[in-house]
Write a protein of this length. Sequence first.
Length: 95
Amino acid sequence: MGADLNDVILENANLSYAKLGKADLRNTDLRGARLSDANLTGAVLKGADLRGSFEVTCKQIKSAQIDAKTRLPDHISLEGSRESSYKCKNILNKK
């Protein structure tokens, strides 16, 4: 397991290029955080709040673990079950 950031407030933090692979980010407040090129591979984002976060990509979301309680930024749209197979769309990039 990576860093234990469970229930931490990281609101408006600049996490660009952060190495958060396998980090425990359950229930973490990431509202308004900048996540450009952050490594989220294997990170646990269950219950995390990413509303209003910047530069989050579908690749990052799909590389992490999310659940029904994970709150995503408005520009990320998911189709299907978050616990299994889903399609992710970044409506800003049309990808």
